[in-house]
Structures are given as C-alpha cells and as structure tokens.
Design a protein around this ligand. Structure first.
Ligand code: ZN
Length: 160
C-alpha cells in the first residue's frame, strides 16, 4: 500500500466540560483506559482488603472504610451513617468530567453509540479515506466537515 495522509484538524479554542459514565465492558470507547484502570485498582483493593475508597456523605472528605462494618464514621467531621451514605469514588459506571473542545465533544458523539454503530461509523470513515486515496493519492478528513454534515442530527440528539 502507498503511504497516505490522514489528519484530523482540531480547533482548541472553545472549551466545555462534559460528563461521561465509565463502563468496563465498553471496549471500543477511546480515551478511558486510565479511568478504567482506577476502577480495576479500587476493585483490587476491595477484593484483597475489604477496604473501599469513599467520600463522606456529609462533608465530602475522602475516607477509606471497612465495608464489612454496617455503620461508618467520617474521620473528619464525625458524621455517622450506614455504608450507603459513604459512596465509592471508583466503580463500574462512575462518571468522570473532562474539559473538551466542541470538536472533541462532537467526535465523542460521532464515534460513540453501540458497538455496531461505532463499527459502522469507523467503516464509513475508512471507505471515505480509501475513495479519496484512489481519486487523489491523499486523504484529508476534517472534524469541521463531519460537523457540517451531521450538525442537524447532532444538535437534535444533544437536546435529549
Ligand atoms: Zn465527613
């Protein structure tokens, strides 16, 4: 195969915070390896020691609690309640927040969805790149172009 050029141009100006649930069984989603590792680490600690890393339901301080105990007491503020009032920090399905550009947010949506949808999207990008390579010997794909093509659907789905 001849060498080819494939570039995604990002505009880093406009930023926004997005919230994302991290699920261990979602294999295709990019950029979540570090968050998944934290969940694995926390699970490992819990399995080996029976200790969980939580936050106090009253003051928010991080506590390490013995999950076998029915009642937990915050070391910082003295708040006492059952374990459900001391939520885990790391768990399968936890939400992380990230500051992203509009382009990144769009790409997360564009490349997201079910495993089948993700596969279809990546296949269509591949076909597009191949067509361009065959026509002109190089291929360029811009986030801005993808946004322009899908903007109506994107904006409609964002409202949900
Ligand atoms: Zn507390």
């Amino acid at each position: 195969m001849p060498p080819h050029k494939f570039s995604i141009t990002m505009n880093t100006q406009r930023k926004k915070t997005i919230y994302k649930e991290i699920h261990l069984d979602n294999k295709l989603t990019q950029g979540e390896a570090l968050a998944k590792q934290q969940i694995h680490n926390a699970d490992h600690i819990l399995d080996q020691t029976g200790l969980d890393i939580v936050t106090c339901g009253s003051c928010g301080c991080v506590n390490i609690v013995d999950v076998a105990k029915e009642v937990q007491e915050c070391y910082s503020c003295g708040y006492t309640d059952d374990t459900s009032s001391f939520p885990s920090i790391f768990f399968n399905g936890m939400t992380i927040s990230r500051e992203v550009t509009l382009e990144e947010e769009f790409l997360t949506w564009y490349l997201g969805g079910s495993d089948q949808e993700q596969y279809d999207t990546i296949s269509s990008i591949g076909r597009r790149v191949v067509e361009q390579l065959q026509e002109s010997g190089s291929a360029v794909l811009n986030v801005a172009d993808l946004m322009n093509e899908s903007l109506d659907v994107y904006l409609e789905e964002r409202k949900r």
